[in-house]
Design a protein around this ligand. Structure first.
Ligand code: NAI
Ligand SMILES: O=C(O)C1=N[C@H](C(=O)O)C[C@H](O)C1
Length: 212
């Protein structure tokens, strides 16, 4: 695959490029703060940047007419709507977490959510000090899966790649589900899976749940 990355100079951009190149795919196009890197037209665009870059990503996806995988968090409701409109033209995979573990976490939440009425429920997320958004996109996904308004606490500590814990308690017991990404490789692996899933599709809006 010939890939393009929006945010290619960032932490995730570099991890994704390294993994794809290890697997003999080619990094041929990139976009970052200082503009475009162009070697060849990409066959797919992967965006791990910031919400303010979204319109540029949309512009380049339309220009190259290729699938989009987007992991950028903190997107506005209108940007999600714009992604769904874009997905009528090209295939789009959007997720706030591309790790397999968080997919399993969400499945457990789905089993538990109707059985914890009257329990105290709180989410705690911990990330590296450089993370710009708060709370994390994953914490928002967990809250949405619970289908109720629960508090989220955000810690920004050192170089933590991404921890999420869901605590549930009644007066006699505490139950928790917890996930820790040991490095950004876990997310990059999910992006590679998504790229293989989406590369030959015509159009459509997909999440990482559809991919695995
Ligand atoms: N969905 C998932 O599984 C994951 C999502 N993320 C999300 O991915 C995004 C990127 O995370 P990191 O790589 O850690 O951040 P980062 O800050 O290391 O990388 C962001 C990149 O975007 C570039 N950028 C910023 N403003 C720009 C602009 N106006 N025009 C062009 N480029 C611009 C930066 O120069 C940088 O290279 C964040 O939204 C983060 O929350 C991160 C890890 C996993
Ligand atoms: O910014 C990060 O690093 C991460 N962001 C995502 C989020 O906001 O949920 C996913 C992961 O936890 C790492």
């Amino acid at each position: 695959m010939k890939i393009g990355i929006v945010g290619y100079k960032g932490r995730m951009g570099k991890e994704i490029r390294d993994l794809f190149e290890e697997k003999s795919h080619e990094f041929v196009w990139g976009y970052d703060k200082d503009g475009e890197y162009f070697q060849k037209n990409p066959q797919i665009i992967i965006d791990f940047s910031l919400p303010e870059v979204f319109e540029k990503t949309e512009e380049y996806v339309k220009k190259f007419n290729v699938p989009l995988i987007i992991g950028t968090t903190g997107l506005q409701e209108e940007q999600i709507e714009a992604l769904k409109a874009l997905a009528k033209e090209v295939p789009v995979v959007q997720s706030y977490n591309f790790s397999i573990g968080i997919q399993l976490f969400l499945k457990m939440v789905d089993i538990l959510k109707d059985k914890i009425d009257g329990w105290d429920v709180e989410i705690v997320e911990t990330h590296h000090r450089f993370k710009k958004d708060k709370p994390s996109g994953t914490a928002k996904m967990i809250k949405e899966s619970l289908n109720k308004d629960v508090p989220i606490s955000s810690l920004r500590l050192g170089n933590v790649a991404g921890d999420h814990v869901l605590y549930m308690a009644n007066l006699g017991e505490v139950l928790s589900i917890s996930h820790r990404a040991l490095s950004r490789r876990a997310f990059a692996e999910g992006v590679l899976k998504s790229a293989k899933f989406v590369i030959n599709k015509k159009n459509g809006y997909f999440t990482f749940t559809d991919v695995i």
